[in-house]
Design a protein. Structure first.
Length: 236
């Protein structure tokens, strides 16, 4: 009788554990879907997601599940929408963003509202100026160069609107990095390519854009061209 009782108890305990595992897997699957939706919502704002944002808004007190939930969301977005979750480093913090695996020209044609096209053109101008300055451009030099394109700091542009506000938005989106540095002139602000620009912008396209503006051959800029030849594959 004792053996029968122990076997019965053991079988009930196994069933209980199996239910716990099934509930845990269901909860994890639910979190994976919630995280995928969170990525899609954040992508509308075009701002990368910080790891702490995922914990705060999705995982709550289940932060230990991040690797498994993130992997499940990654697979769901790839299978359902052909999106890839890209990981980037920003100020020593892990951030994530969605990247569409369609051809870039197709993506822009399908997803870029008409009123945002001029802003994308301005981003290319800014990245080109920074790139041609060997990826470090002082704020004063930036505005001096933008004046050539008819863009004044204190004036609203007919196509771009408030350009200074737009530049700050590009910094939030991590296309451009804004740094405060000390120099002999005191504290100055410098602009560099952001982590996201290296992921999404092709350096050769930037060089071709510069060449078209100045009506010259790309190879005239030896230093920048050499850097392009040695650039990572995803930036070419």
């Amino acid at each position: 009788c004792r053996l029968s009782f122990k076997l019965s108890y053991y079988n009930e305990y196994k069933s209980y554990l199996r239910l716990l595992v099934m509930a845990s897997e269901a909860d994890t699957k639910k979190l994976q879907i919630q995280l995928a939706r969170y990525f899609l919502f954040a992508d509308k704002k075009n701002i990368p997601i910080k790891r702490q944002d995922i914990v705060k808004n999705v995982l709550k007190d289940q932060s230990k599940l991040l690797p498994k939930v993130l992997e499940g969301a990654r697979q769901f977005l790839l299978d359902s929408f052909n999106f890839t979750i890209e990981e980037i480093d920003h100020n020593k913090n892990k951030c994530y963003m969605l990247r569409n695996n369609l051809d870039k020209s197709e993506v822009q044609a399908l997803t870029t509202p008409a009123h945002q096209i001029p802003q994308l053109g301005l981003l290319l101008v800014l990245l080109s100026l920074i790139h041609m300055a060997d990826n470090v451009l002082d704020e004063s030099d930036l505005w001096e160069n933008l004046r050539i394109f008819g863009i004044e700091r204190a004036q609203s542009h007919i196509d771009f609107g408030d350009v200074e506000k737009l530049i700050n938005e590009y910094c939030k989106q991590m296309f451009i990095e804004k740094c405060k540095v000390m120099s002999t002139k005191g504290q100055t602000i410098q602009f560099k390519w952001g982590a996201r620009a290296y992921k999404e912008i092709r350096m050769m396209d930037v060089l071709r854009f510069c060449a078209s503006i100045y009506d010259v051959d790309v190879e005239i800029w030896k230093k920048q061209f050499s850097r392009h030849l040695g650039a990572p594959e995803n930036a070419t």
